[in-house]
Design a protein around this ligand. Structure first.
Ligand code: FAD
Length: 274
C-alpha cells in the first residue's frame, strides 16, 4: 500500500524567512509529497502571510492545503478566502478551530472546527478535501478521552475526509487511538503528525502548550546534551525515524511532517525509513 507524506510550513514573518523557504520546499518537493500545508493564524497580518505562502507554493506547481479557522473573522471573510482558493485550483484545506485569539474570552468563543467544516460544505459542496486535527494524547481543553473522541466523530460526520494527529513520541498512543476511532465508527485515514527533534527548549515549550507528552527518557537524554546541538539532532533523528518506521509498519496511512520550515531534519528522517 502506498504511504503518502505531506509537509507543513508556517508562513514566514520576514523577507529573509520567505527567501529561505524556497530552497526548503524545492528540496522537499523532490520526495513527491501528496501536498504541502501552510498554517493559519487568526490575526490580520498572519492571515495575509498564509495566503502569500499558499499562492507562492501554488505558483511553483505544488499541491497546497491552506489551514483555515474562523478566529475573529466573519463568515463573509472566510467565504472570500474559499472563493480565492477555489479560483486558484486549490482543492484541499486543513479546517481547525485554531488557537483562540488571546484577547477573546475562551468561554465566549463560539466556533469549533466542526462549525467551519459545515460552513465549507454549505458554501463549496464537495470541492475541497477537508483535513482535520485529532489528538491521540487528548486535546488539552477536553474533559475526557471519550468527549474528545465524540467531537472528532462529529467532525467526520460534518464532512471531514481525513485527519492529521497532534505530534507524539509514543507509538502506542497512536495505535490505541486508531483502534478506539475504528470502534467508534470513525473510518477516515488518520495520519500521524511528526515533529522532528532539533532543539530541546523550543520542543519542551511547544509541547507543554499543545499537550504533547515528551517521554521522560527522551526529555532526560535531550537535557543531558546541553548545548551540543549535533548530538541533539543525531539522537532526535534516530528516535523519530524509529517512531516513523513503527507507525508505517503498524499500518499508518502516511506521515505528515511539522517541518518548522526546515528541510534537513525531515529529510534525515525520511532517509532512514525503509
Ligand atoms: P476542535 O476540533 O474544535 O476541538 C477543540 C476542543 O473543543 C477539543 O477539546 C474538542 O474535544 C472540543 N470540541 C470540539 N467540538 C466541540 C463542540 N461542538 N462542543 C464542545 N466541545 C467541542 N492552530 C492554529 O492556530 N493554526 C493552525 O494552522 C494550526 N494547525 C494545526 C494543524 C494540526 C495538524 C494540528 C494537530 C493542530 C493545529 N493547530 C493550529 C492547533 C489547533 O488549532 C489547536 O489544537 C486548537 O486548540 C484546536 O483546534 P481543533 O481544530 O482541533 O479544534
Amino acid at each position: 500500500m502506498k504511504k503518502n507524506i505531506s509537509f507543513e510550513f508556517f508562513p514566514p514573518k520576514t523577507d529573509q524567512g520567505r527567501d529561505n523557504l524556497k530552497p526548503v520546499y524545492e528540496k522537499l518537493a523532490q520526495r513527491s509529497p501528496e501536498y504541502f500545508s501552510v498554517t493559519y493564524g487568526a490575526g490580520g497580518s498572519t492571515k495575509d502571510r498564509t495566503m502569500e505562502t499558499v499562492l507562492e507554493l501554488n505558483s511553483a506547481g505544488l499541491a497546497v492545503a491552506p489551514h483555515l479557522s474562523f478566529g475573529i473573522d466573519g463568515e463573509q471573510e472566510i467565504e472570500n478566502l474559499l472563493s480565492t482558493y477555489k479560483e486558484k485550483g486549490i482543492n484541499r484545506l486543513v479546517a481547525l478551530r485554531g488557537d483562540i485569539p488571546e484577547h477573546l474570552n475562551r468561554s465566549d468563543y463560539k466556533y469549533f472546527a466542526g462549525d467551519l467544516i459545515e460552513f465549507i460544505r454549505n458554501k463549496t459542496g464537495e470541492h475541497f478535501h477537508i483535513e482535520v486535527a485529532c489528538y491521540p494524547e487528548i486535546h488539552p481543553d477536553s474533559t475526557s478521552f471519550e468527549s474528545d473522541l465524540k467531537f472528532f466523530k462529529q467532525k467526520v460526520e460534518r464532512g471531514a475526509n481525513s485527519a492529521i494527529t497532534q505530534y507524539f513520541y509514543n507509538s502506542d498512543s497512536y495505535f490505541y487511538y486508531v483502534d478506539a476511532c475504528h470502534k467508534a465508527g470513525i473510518d477516515i485515514p488518520i495520519v500521524p503528525g511528526i515533529m522532528p527533534i532539533t532543539n530541546y527548549e523550543s520542543l519542551i515549550r511547544f509541547s507543554d502548550a499543545c499537550g504533547a507528552e515528551i517521554p521522560r527518557w527522551i526529555r532526560k537524554r535531550l537535557e543531558a546534551f546541553g548545548d551540543d546541538i549535533d548530538s541533539i539532532k543525531e539522537f532526535g533523528t534516530d528516535v523519530v525515524s524509529r517512531l516513523c518506521q513503527r507507525l508505517l509498519d503498524g499500518g499508518a496511512p502516511g506521515l505528515h511532517f511539522y517541518t518548522m520550515n526546515q528541510s534537513k531534519a525531515t529529510l534525515d528522517i525520511l532517509d532512514k525509513l525503509k
